[in-house]
Design a protein around this ligand. Structure first.
Ligand code: BTN
Length: 263
């Protein structure tokens, strides 16, 4: 898979020689944190065939069986301070949509803030984490994409809303091609992170949450409103029944469509 993936990347791609393959690992994001401490350079890519402890947002797990998905983390060493990187997850989501479009021939939508969806099913999730030191910010962009599962391959509790690229395309999608497209897309994204407004302008049309009635779930509380916009930091603007508007940040809440996971 690694060798094949490299053939899909331009030979002179700056990250070609910084790709590390793991047959099995707990989590590529965990391993990326270790490599950051050891001085791994900007553009180090970790990719695994199988994760035993794949992690998602809000402490959830990300099911990562062998042979059927792409589980990847990219290390970025960035000049920006953490408070100037609120749009990083949005940037990664748009980049991931472009990569899927290139490799699989269709463009998924984004369920705010970081799930790639199609036909009401989640195809991929992104977990962005920052490692902050006094001198720099290192970011980890972790992405898991379901490539070739059928509905029956998913655990029962997520079967109704999990999907794969193959389920959308009706034919198999080459994991190596998906992984190479992701690397190209993320490296391009990393070069343009200073263009915050352009990134958010690209994010808004991909975001399927906008215009929908949603439920905002925090520990012990559910509120309902309409998603009316994305602000200049990537927060979701929600209008509540009493017409007041709040900017909701991704770190705090889970957002669901009221008619299902993404609807
Ligand atoms: C989510 O769905 O909330 C995010 C899922 C992110 C999963 C990817 S798989 C590669 C990387 N390693 C992890 O442990 N998580 C991310």
């Amino acid at each position: 898979m690694l060798t094949k993936m490299k053939t899909f990347l331009p030979e002179d791609h700056l990250w070609q020689n910084q790709i590390i393959w793991y047959d099995v690992i707990d989590s590529t994001n965990n391993q990326a944190k270790k490599l950051i401490q050891q001085g791994a350079p900007h553009g180090t890519v970790l990719i695994a065939d199988h994760q035993t402890g794949g992690r998602g947002r809000l402490g959830r797990s990300f099911v990562s069986p062998a042979g059927v998905g792409v589980y990847m983390s990219v290390i970025l060493r960035l000049p920006q301070q953490a408070d100037q990187l609120m749009h990083l997850t949005c940037a990664a989501a748009v980049a991931a949509c472009s990569a899927v479009e290139k490799a699989a021939g269709f463009r998924p939508g984004i369920k705010w803030t970081n799930d790639l969806v199609y036909g009401g099913r989640k195809l991929a999730g992104i977990l962005t984490e920052l490692v902050i030191t006094p001198t720099e910010t290192a970011a980890i962009i972790g992405i898991g994409i379901n490539c070739s599962q059928t509905e029956a391959d998913f655990p029962e509790d997520i079967q109704s809303f999990a999907g794969s690229l193959a389920m959308v395309c009706d034919h198999s999608v080459d994991r190596a091609q998906v992984a190479a497209a992701l690397i190209e897309s993320f490296s391009e994204m990393a070069d343009h992170l200073g263009n915050k407004q352009e990134i958010l302008d690209a994010y808004r049309p991909d975001c399927i949450t906008l215009g929908k009635q949603i439920s905002i779930v925090t520990a012990g509380d559910i509120r309902h409103g309409i998603a009316i916009g994305i602000d200049d930091n990537g927060a979701l603007l929600v209008e509540f029944p009493d017409k007041h508007i709040e900017a909701v940040n991704a770190g705090e809440v889970s957002v669901r469509g009221i008619y299902g996971y993404a609807n």
